[in-house]
Design a binder for this molecule. Structure first.
Ligand SMILES: NC(=O)c1ccc[n+]([C@@H]2O[C@H](COP(=O)([O-])OP(=O)(O)OC[C@H]3O[C@@H](n4cnc5c(N)ncnc54)[C@H](OP(=O)(O)O)[C@@H]3O)[C@@H](O)[C@H]2O)c1
Length: 261
Protein backbone atom coordinates (compact mmCIF):
# COMPACT_ATOMS: atom_id res chain seq x y z
CA UNK A 1 0.00 0.00 0.00
CA UNK A 2 1.21 3.51 -0.79
CA UNK A 3 -0.17 5.75 1.98
CA UNK A 4 -1.21 9.37 1.70
CA UNK A 5 -4.62 10.91 1.07
CA UNK A 6 -3.73 14.40 -0.08
CA UNK A 7 -0.86 16.52 -1.29
CA UNK A 8 0.48 19.28 -3.45
CA UNK A 9 1.73 18.29 -6.89
CA UNK A 10 2.72 19.59 -10.26
CA UNK A 11 0.48 18.38 -13.10
CA UNK A 12 2.12 16.82 -16.15
CA UNK A 13 0.55 19.56 -18.25
CA UNK A 14 2.00 22.13 -15.86
CA UNK A 15 0.57 24.00 -12.93
CA UNK A 16 0.64 23.42 -9.21
CA UNK A 17 -2.41 21.82 -7.55
CA UNK A 18 -3.61 20.80 -4.12
CA UNK A 19 -5.45 17.48 -4.37
CA UNK A 20 -7.39 15.10 -2.20
CA UNK A 21 -7.22 11.44 -3.19
CA UNK A 22 -10.38 9.64 -4.17
CA UNK A 23 -11.96 7.15 -1.77
CA UNK A 24 -10.17 4.20 -3.41
CA UNK A 25 -7.08 5.81 -4.95
CA UNK A 26 -4.72 6.59 -2.06
CA UNK A 27 -1.01 7.01 -2.57
CA UNK A 28 -0.02 10.66 -2.34
CA UNK A 29 3.27 9.88 -0.55
CA UNK A 30 4.96 9.19 -3.86
CA UNK A 31 6.87 10.77 -6.72
CA UNK A 32 3.75 10.49 -8.87
CA UNK A 33 0.10 10.10 -7.95
CA UNK A 34 -3.19 9.72 -9.76
CA UNK A 35 -5.25 12.86 -9.26
CA UNK A 36 -8.94 13.28 -9.93
CA UNK A 37 -9.14 16.84 -11.21
CA UNK A 38 -12.57 17.14 -9.64
CA UNK A 39 -10.86 16.79 -6.26
CA UNK A 40 -8.07 19.27 -6.93
CA UNK A 41 -7.68 23.02 -7.11
CA UNK A 42 -5.00 25.07 -8.86
CA UNK A 43 -2.51 26.88 -6.64
CA UNK A 44 -0.73 30.12 -7.48
CA UNK A 45 2.91 29.75 -8.54
CA UNK A 46 5.48 30.84 -5.99
CA UNK A 47 3.47 29.86 -2.91
CA UNK A 48 4.96 27.86 -0.04
CA UNK A 49 3.80 24.44 -1.29
CA UNK A 50 5.05 22.67 1.84
CA UNK A 51 2.97 24.89 4.09
CA UNK A 52 -0.15 24.32 2.00
CA UNK A 53 0.47 20.55 1.95
CA UNK A 54 0.85 20.53 5.74
CA UNK A 55 -2.09 22.73 6.56
CA UNK A 56 -4.92 21.77 4.26
CA UNK A 57 -6.08 18.48 5.78
CA UNK A 58 -6.07 19.53 9.44
CA UNK A 59 -7.45 23.01 8.66
CA UNK A 60 -10.17 21.67 6.39
CA UNK A 61 -11.65 19.63 9.22
CA UNK A 62 -12.80 22.70 11.13
CA UNK A 63 -13.19 25.03 8.14
CA UNK A 64 -15.68 22.77 6.38
CA UNK A 65 -17.40 21.89 9.68
CA UNK A 66 -18.02 25.55 10.50
CA UNK A 67 -18.94 26.54 6.95
CA UNK A 68 -20.90 23.53 5.70
CA UNK A 69 -22.06 21.34 8.59
CA UNK A 70 -23.04 23.97 11.15
CA UNK A 71 -22.41 27.38 9.63
CA UNK A 72 -20.93 29.50 12.41
CA UNK A 73 -22.87 32.65 13.14
CA UNK A 74 -20.76 35.64 14.16
CA UNK A 75 -20.70 35.95 17.92
CA UNK A 76 -21.23 32.27 18.68
CA UNK A 77 -18.90 30.39 20.98
CA UNK A 78 -16.95 27.25 20.15
CA UNK A 79 -15.26 24.53 22.20
CA UNK A 80 -12.43 22.58 20.57
CA UNK A 81 -12.08 19.21 22.28
CA UNK A 82 -8.59 17.91 21.54
CA UNK A 83 -7.17 21.35 20.82
CA UNK A 84 -3.56 20.31 21.43
CA UNK A 85 -3.24 18.43 18.12
CA UNK A 86 -2.46 19.97 14.75
CA UNK A 87 -6.09 19.95 13.62
CA UNK A 88 -7.34 21.19 17.00
CA UNK A 89 -4.87 24.09 17.15
CA UNK A 90 -5.90 25.09 13.64
CA UNK A 91 -9.57 24.80 14.62
CA UNK A 92 -9.03 27.55 17.17
CA UNK A 93 -7.62 29.84 14.50
CA UNK A 94 -10.34 28.88 12.01
CA UNK A 95 -13.16 29.49 14.51
CA UNK A 96 -11.78 32.93 15.37
CA UNK A 97 -11.26 33.81 11.73
CA UNK A 98 -14.84 32.81 10.87
CA UNK A 99 -16.23 35.07 13.58
CA UNK A 100 -16.48 33.14 16.83
CA UNK A 101 -16.72 35.51 19.78
CA UNK A 102 -15.29 33.03 22.25
CA UNK A 103 -13.20 29.93 21.67
CA UNK A 104 -12.27 27.44 24.39
CA UNK A 105 -9.54 24.87 23.76
CA UNK A 106 -9.46 21.64 25.78
CA UNK A 107 -6.68 19.05 25.79
CA UNK A 108 -4.31 17.21 28.08
CA UNK A 109 -0.81 18.32 27.01
CA UNK A 110 -0.02 21.36 29.23
CA UNK A 111 2.82 22.70 27.05
CA UNK A 112 0.63 22.70 23.97
CA UNK A 113 -2.32 24.14 25.89
CA UNK A 114 -0.12 27.07 26.96
CA UNK A 115 0.47 27.93 23.30
CA UNK A 116 -3.22 28.15 22.42
CA UNK A 117 -4.04 31.67 23.72
CA UNK A 118 -1.51 33.08 21.25
CA UNK A 119 -3.50 31.35 18.49
CA UNK A 120 -6.75 32.94 19.64
CA UNK A 121 -8.08 30.74 22.44
CA UNK A 122 -9.95 32.81 25.01
CA UNK A 123 -9.66 30.07 27.60
CA UNK A 124 -8.02 26.67 27.85
CA UNK A 125 -9.14 23.65 29.84
CA UNK A 126 -6.74 20.98 30.99
CA UNK A 127 -8.24 17.51 30.63
CA UNK A 128 -7.10 14.87 33.12
CA UNK A 129 -7.73 11.17 33.62
CA UNK A 130 -9.92 12.12 36.59
CA UNK A 131 -13.30 12.45 34.85
CA UNK A 132 -14.80 14.45 37.72
CA UNK A 133 -12.06 17.08 37.61
CA UNK A 134 -12.28 17.36 33.82
CA UNK A 135 -16.09 17.65 34.02
CA UNK A 136 -15.88 20.41 36.60
CA UNK A 137 -13.42 22.39 34.50
CA UNK A 138 -15.46 21.98 31.32
CA UNK A 139 -18.66 22.90 33.17
CA UNK A 140 -17.05 26.15 34.29
CA UNK A 141 -15.43 27.11 30.99
CA UNK A 142 -17.73 25.74 28.31
CA UNK A 143 -21.28 25.27 29.66
CA UNK A 144 -22.73 27.88 27.31
CA UNK A 145 -20.95 26.99 24.04
CA UNK A 146 -22.92 26.82 20.81
CA UNK A 147 -20.69 24.46 18.82
CA UNK A 148 -18.20 21.77 19.81
CA UNK A 149 -15.51 20.54 17.41
CA UNK A 150 -14.60 17.12 18.77
CA UNK A 151 -11.29 15.50 17.82
CA UNK A 152 -11.33 12.96 20.69
CA UNK A 153 -14.65 11.07 20.94
CA UNK A 154 -14.95 8.06 23.33
CA UNK A 155 -14.73 8.69 27.09
CA UNK A 156 -13.47 12.30 27.03
CA UNK A 157 -16.34 13.27 24.70
CA UNK A 158 -19.01 11.44 26.70
CA UNK A 159 -17.69 13.07 29.85
CA UNK A 160 -17.63 16.50 28.22
CA UNK A 161 -21.18 16.14 26.85
CA UNK A 162 -22.59 15.33 30.28
CA UNK A 163 -20.52 18.06 31.96
CA UNK A 164 -21.65 20.75 29.54
CA UNK A 165 -25.31 19.74 29.51
CA UNK A 166 -25.43 19.50 33.29
CA UNK A 167 -23.91 22.94 33.80
CA UNK A 168 -25.84 24.65 30.98
CA UNK A 169 -28.19 27.44 32.08
CA UNK A 170 -30.80 26.56 29.43
CA UNK A 171 -30.61 22.97 28.23
CA UNK A 172 -33.17 23.58 25.49
CA UNK A 173 -30.74 25.98 23.78
CA UNK A 174 -29.04 23.99 21.01
CA UNK A 175 -25.50 22.74 21.27
CA UNK A 176 -24.13 21.38 18.00
CA UNK A 177 -21.58 18.62 18.54
CA UNK A 178 -19.45 17.99 15.45
CA UNK A 179 -17.54 14.70 15.57
CA UNK A 180 -14.30 15.07 13.58
CA UNK A 181 -11.60 12.83 15.05
CA UNK A 182 -11.41 9.81 17.33
CA UNK A 183 -8.05 10.13 19.09
CA UNK A 184 -9.48 8.69 22.33
CA UNK A 185 -11.33 5.77 20.70
CA UNK A 186 -13.83 4.85 17.99
CA UNK A 187 -16.97 4.36 20.08
CA UNK A 188 -18.90 6.26 22.71
CA UNK A 189 -21.23 5.25 25.53
CA UNK A 190 -23.71 8.04 26.00
CA UNK A 191 -26.60 8.07 28.48
CA UNK A 192 -29.87 8.45 26.55
CA UNK A 193 -30.86 11.30 28.82
CA UNK A 194 -28.27 13.47 27.08
CA UNK A 195 -30.40 13.42 23.94
CA UNK A 196 -33.77 13.49 25.71
CA UNK A 197 -33.25 16.19 28.29
CA UNK A 198 -31.25 18.66 26.28
CA UNK A 199 -31.06 20.06 22.78
CA UNK A 200 -27.91 18.13 21.84
CA UNK A 201 -27.39 17.71 18.10
CA UNK A 202 -24.62 15.32 17.09
CA UNK A 203 -23.24 15.06 13.59
CA UNK A 204 -19.84 14.45 12.04
CA UNK A 205 -17.61 16.08 9.50
CA UNK A 206 -15.38 14.47 6.92
CA UNK A 207 -15.33 13.31 3.32
CA UNK A 208 -18.69 11.67 2.76
CA UNK A 209 -20.52 13.84 5.26
CA UNK A 210 -19.92 16.72 2.85
CA UNK A 211 -19.89 16.24 -0.91
CA UNK A 212 -16.64 16.47 -2.94
CA UNK A 213 -18.12 19.49 -4.74
CA UNK A 214 -18.76 21.33 -1.49
CA UNK A 215 -15.24 20.50 -0.24
CA UNK A 216 -13.73 21.76 -3.46
CA UNK A 217 -15.74 24.97 -3.27
CA UNK A 218 -14.30 25.69 0.19
CA UNK A 219 -10.65 24.99 -0.65
CA UNK A 220 -9.61 28.19 -2.47
CA UNK A 221 -10.62 30.52 0.37
CA UNK A 222 -8.89 28.25 2.86
CA UNK A 223 -5.70 28.30 0.76
CA UNK A 224 -5.87 32.11 0.79
CA UNK A 225 -5.93 32.18 4.60
CA UNK A 226 -3.09 29.65 4.89
CA UNK A 227 -0.94 31.60 2.43
CA UNK A 228 -1.79 34.87 4.22
CA UNK A 229 -0.75 33.29 7.53
CA UNK A 230 -4.13 33.86 9.22
CA UNK A 231 -4.21 30.14 9.86
CA UNK A 232 -0.71 29.02 10.76
CA UNK A 233 1.04 25.69 11.19
CA UNK A 234 4.54 24.49 12.09
CA UNK A 235 5.99 22.33 9.34
CA UNK A 236 8.92 19.93 9.10
CA UNK A 237 9.93 19.11 5.55
CA UNK A 238 11.52 15.66 5.03
CA UNK A 239 12.82 14.09 1.80
CA UNK A 240 10.53 11.29 0.64
CA UNK A 241 13.58 9.00 0.55
CA UNK A 242 13.62 9.20 4.39
CA UNK A 243 10.02 8.08 4.80
CA UNK A 244 10.95 4.74 6.38
CA UNK A 245 13.05 6.13 9.24
CA UNK A 246 10.67 9.07 9.74
CA UNK A 247 7.66 6.78 9.95
CA UNK A 248 9.03 4.94 12.98
CA UNK A 249 10.55 7.89 14.85
CA UNK A 250 8.49 9.80 17.44
CA UNK A 251 6.67 12.92 16.26
CA UNK A 252 7.15 16.28 17.91
CA UNK A 253 3.75 17.56 19.07
CA UNK A 254 2.62 20.60 17.12
CA UNK A 255 4.81 19.98 14.10
CA UNK A 256 3.41 18.43 10.94
CA UNK A 257 5.68 16.45 8.67
CA UNK A 258 5.54 16.88 4.90
CA UNK A 259 7.36 14.45 2.59
CA UNK A 260 8.95 16.14 -0.40
CA UNK A 261 9.87 13.95 -3.42
N1 LIG B 1 -12.69 14.44 9.65
C1 LIG B 1 -11.70 15.14 9.12
O1 LIG B 1 -11.86 15.83 8.11
C2 LIG B 1 -10.35 15.13 9.77
C3 LIG B 1 -9.29 15.88 9.24
C4 LIG B 1 -8.07 15.91 9.94
C5 LIG B 1 -7.91 15.14 11.09
N2 LIG B 1 -8.95 14.36 11.52
C6 LIG B 1 -8.82 13.55 12.75
O2 LIG B 1 -8.65 14.43 13.85
C7 LIG B 1 -7.87 13.79 14.85
C8 LIG B 1 -6.71 14.69 15.25
O3 LIG B 1 -5.86 14.90 14.13
P1 LIG B 1 -4.53 15.76 14.29
O4 LIG B 1 -3.96 15.92 12.94
O5 LIG B 1 -4.79 16.98 15.09
O6 LIG B 1 -3.64 14.75 15.13
P2 LIG B 1 -2.33 15.08 16.00
O7 LIG B 1 -1.68 16.33 15.56
O8 LIG B 1 -1.56 13.81 16.05
O9 LIG B 1 -2.90 15.39 17.45
C9 LIG B 1 -3.62 14.47 18.17
C10 LIG B 1 -3.87 15.10 19.56
O10 LIG B 1 -4.81 14.28 20.24
C11 LIG B 1 -4.44 14.29 21.60
N3 LIG B 1 -5.00 13.14 22.27
C12 LIG B 1 -4.84 11.83 21.94
N4 LIG B 1 -5.56 11.06 22.78
C13 LIG B 1 -6.14 11.90 23.66
C14 LIG B 1 -6.99 11.70 24.78
N5 LIG B 1 -7.38 10.47 25.17
N6 LIG B 1 -7.40 12.79 25.48
C15 LIG B 1 -7.01 14.03 25.12
N7 LIG B 1 -6.20 14.27 24.06
C16 LIG B 1 -5.78 13.21 23.34
C17 LIG B 1 -2.93 14.31 21.59
O11 LIG B 1 -2.55 14.91 22.79
P3 LIG B 1 -1.36 14.39 23.73
O12 LIG B 1 -0.18 15.25 23.38
O13 LIG B 1 -1.88 14.64 25.10
O14 LIG B 1 -1.15 12.93 23.43
C18 LIG B 1 -2.65 15.23 20.41
O15 LIG B 1 -2.55 16.57 20.83
C19 LIG B 1 -7.45 12.44 14.26
O16 LIG B 1 -8.35 11.46 14.73
C20 LIG B 1 -7.61 12.65 12.77
O17 LIG B 1 -7.86 11.44 12.09
C21 LIG B 1 -10.16 14.36 10.90
Amino acid sequence: MVPGIDGVGRMRVGGLVYFVSGDDTWGSMADQAVVDVRRSIPLPEGIDATKVAAAMNPAMSSWVALRRRVPLKPGQSVLVLGATGNAGAMAIQVAKHLGAARVVGAGRNPERLAELPALGADEVVQLTDDANVAAERLGEAAAEVDIVLDYLWAKPAANAIMAILTARSDRSRAVDWIQIGAMAGPTIELPSVALRSANLRIQGNGQGAVSPEAYRAELPSLVDQIVAGTIGINVRSVPLSEVESTWTSPETPGIRTVFVP
